[in-house]
Unconditional design. Sequence first.
Length: 248
Amino acid sequence: MRVKLLTTISIFTYQLTVSQTEKMLHGKVVSQNVILKNVEVINKTAKTSTTTNALGEFSIAVKVQDSLLFFSKDYLFTRLKITAKQIETNNLVVTMIPKAEELNEVIVTHALKPVFLSKEDLNEIKLNAHKSKEGLKIQGYNEVKGTPFDADFIRLGKEVYNLFKKDKEPKKKTPEMDFRTFIASTCPENFFNKDLKLKPEEKELFLQFCEADPKSQTLLENPNILATMEFLYSKNDEFKKLKAEIKN
């Protein structure tokens, strides 16, 4: 019995010593069997960071219970809480999930026979379209034999002119990303219930609570994964306190 007690005390003392001592943790970051370089590895607890090298490898000082964040613009961020076993093994492999690919614009082409117009043709169409009801002949454009062709060149000229006019108009700027889209593209789906311990029905109310804080707009203007995580955890504490006050 005494031997068992001494063994238990020794194990507990060893674990306590390991948990309080910083050690260099080595690991690798991958995604679908592809190594990921330039991934930002952040020790949220110690406020330190590093990046993965060309082989996807990293080294960072950690202690037991430290929170590590792995961030890359093309992948959902990953969060790990360091255990004594991970420090002892010292060969951490982190898998990141790619973000859903977003298309900025889609160009649709039609298989139409092109009509090539010079600047002179355009000017002639624009200036003389109102002078004739019979239409205008464009030099270099021939009718195909056996094909009825009663096209209204006045209308055609106006449409082509309007098309060129639209191309010259400045394109509208793409709407800036809102807070919810930013959070959705940064946080994995289980972040709210697993990390913030929120119920599914509380997520919408929590996001509204975060959006009401002016700091949410600051994060959109200057995106930073560490600042975003600190903001969400801080707002979560405020959110829970507010719920407790309402219940009481």
